[in-house]
Design a protein around this ligand. Structure first.
Ligand code: GUN
Length: 285
């Protein structure tokens, strides 16, 4: 059996086209959606992500700008900028690209962003709302994965789901979304004893562990849905996911590729969250 490929690139494009009308309507009413992305330091991968986020906004008629600080900047300078942006009526979304340099208190910075502008969904208030099953902003990567399930007609209710990875950015919110959708969820990590025991009985596997080709075909139940959140750079410069695509392709029922899978969906859902923030503001709530 060869798995059906869930094409994240095509779905991302379809969704982005659909956003244009909402952006136009908001702009016509004086609420052009605006996103500010803050980057501290010059990590090459982060620079690419930030550029793609800003360009993704501009391409559908939104306002977006990046603010870049030297890696040695004082945390207070960034906190003051966030306070200024919180009060700016033209800015609906604020995102601080992670990771931050070591001298930063990441939690303090994320909590400084107004919950209503936290389009990453990382503020404790938004994490709490998601945990209670009443999300306001859903973190972009797991939100994108949920859209891919929708596109692939994957019914999550009553299914066994295994999430590999427990980060605040992907693993934890992914697990919460799957729980909220009625799945039976196991959260594993790179140190889980006998990972195969868990994955081989899962109807859905989401790999977000940051280890190249960590999940192999022999670990997958025939017909399972395999979602690869990993983006790893191999010594030869090529990108590869956390899933060994070639071997899983033979076993899985549906699978996402890298590149062209979850990656393009993350930025798409960031656009969705920013538009939603602007729509809420325009509606006065
Ligand atoms: N670093 C890696 N992924 C993300 C993300 O989704 N948001 C932010 N702010 N930083 C990241």
């Amino acid at each position: 059996m060869t798995a059906q490929i869930i094409d994240g690139k095509a779905l991302a494009e379809e969704l982005r086209q659909g956003f244009k009308g909402r952006v136009e309507a908001l702009t016509a009413k004086g609420h052009k959606p605006g996103l500010v992305v803050i980057l501290v330091g010059a990590d090459p991968a982060s620079e690419v992500y930030v550029r793609n986020k800003v360009n993704g906004c501009l391409a559908i008629g939104m306002h977006s700008e990046k603010i870049v600080y030297d890696a040695t900047v004082d945390q207070q300078v960034v906190l003051d900028k966030i306070a200024e942006l919180n009060a700016d009526p033209n800015i609906h979304g604020i995102l601080v690209q992670l990771p931050l340099p070591k001298h930063f208190d990441e939690e303090k910075v994320l909590e400084a962003i107004a919950a209503a502008k936290d389009v990453d969904g990382f503020h404790a208030e938004n994490v709490g709302a998601l945990a209670q099953g009443n999300p306001r902003f859903i973190p972009c990567t797991p939100y994108g994965v949920m859209k891919m399930f929708e596109k692939g007609n994957v019914d999550l209710n009553g299914k066994e789901a295994v999430v590999i990875g427990r980060s605040n950015i992907v693993g934890k919110p992914m697990a919460l979304l799957l729980i909220n959708a009625g799945a039976t969820v196991t959260v594993c990590n790179s140190r889980t004893r006998d990972l195969k025991f868990h994955t081989s009985r899962a109807d859905i596997v989401v790999a977000a562990v940051g280890k190249p080709k960590f999940v192999t075909g022999d670990m997958i139940k025939p017909g399972a849905v395999v979602i690869d959140v990993g983006i790893n750079r191999l010594p030869d410069g090529k990108l590869c996911g956390d899933v060994d695509f070639a071997s899983c392709l033979e076993t899985a029922g549906q699978i996402t590729p890298v590149p062209g899978g979850v990656g393009p969906m993350t930025i798409t859902m960031l656009l969705a969250n920013t538009i939603e923030a602007a729509e809420r503001k325009a509606a006065g709530n």
